[in-house]
Design a binder for this molecule. Structure first.
Ligand code: ZN
Length: 263
């Protein structure tokens, strides 16, 4: 059985640990900080077999060198082949090789190209778990640092097409602030209201809201629902100085992302 555990890092990052019982060799996704990973390995008597990286930002890759040293340079480090990341031993590109296997894990991994937040951002799917880095968040999506809105919309649509019961393991606990914005643009969405209440309770108990599921995100995440009638109306109202005669899905998504950037 594949178990997935969170290691908290920095203010709001999650470093996900993949372990196939009964093996004690594990993989971590986006280790921005080596020290919390090493503490976790030692506390649980685990060995690190490798690292999966989604994109080049330092809060996702900053621990790679120290973990490699800690593991006597035996780690397999997977990551996008088109971003500048030190230490990758196994560069990946979805078009060249969409699937690969890892020692100690029985399931195949699928790689998806999801540019937008960064130019070469990738995501991983293992069984029913999606590791989407900073592309899809619960209730939101990543900022567009390097890609275009069209790329991000395309990437999110690619993720949204995965099975509804897919669990969404994003890299940050941004849910409450995302839901504040989601409620501002989609105030009468009942599923969103309910989820916001649940998320507030979880955070009060210092519990993670992650993983979410794709079924939930499709119901509540405004960036997967940019053509929803109420959201479209909110966009038109907020950007009332613009001409909205041709507000298609991409224009709506672009304005929504812009609105969130300044929310
Ligand atoms: Zn990032």
């Amino acid at each position: 059985m594949l178990t997935i555990t969170a290691i908290k890092a920095f203010n709001d990052n999650y470093i996900w640990v993949l372990q196939q019982q009964p093996h004690t060799q594990v993989y971590v996704v986006d280790p921005g900080d080596a020290s919390v990973v090493i503490d976790y390995l030692q506390a649980n008597q685990l060995t690190l077999a490798g690292i999966l990286l989604t994109h080049h930002h330092n809060d996702h890759t900053g621990g790679v060198a120290a973990l490699q040293t800690y593991s006597h340079n035996r780690l397999r480090v997977y990551g996008p082949d088109n971003e500048k990341i030190e230490g990758i031993t196994h560069p990946l590109h979805a078009k060249a090789k969409p699937r690969f296997t890892l020692e100690y894990l029985s399931a195949e991994l699928q790689v998806l190209d999801v540019p937008g937040h960064t130019a070469g951002h990738i995501a991983y799917v293992v069984e029913d778990a999606l590791f989407c880095g900073d592309t899809l968040f619960s209730g939101g999506c990543g900022r567009l640092f390097e890609g275009t809105p069209a790329q991000m919309l395309d990437s999110l649509q690619q993720l949204a097409k995965l099975p509804a019961d897919t669990r969404v393991y994003c890299a940050h606990e941004y849910t409450l602030s995302n839901l504040k914005f989601a409620l501002a643009v989609n105030p009468n969405n009942r599923a969103l209201q309910d989820y916001n209440e649940r998320a507030i309770q979880l955070r009060r108990q210092n519990k993670a809201t992650i993983p979410s599921t794709l079924a939930l995100e499709r119901a509540i995440n405004p960036f997967l629902r940019a053509s929803d009638t109420e959201i479209v109306d909110s966009i038109k109202q907020h950007f009332s100085d613009l001409n909205h005669a041709n507000l298609d899905e991409l224009s709506g998504f672009t304005l929504l992302r812009q609105w969130k950037d300044n929310f």
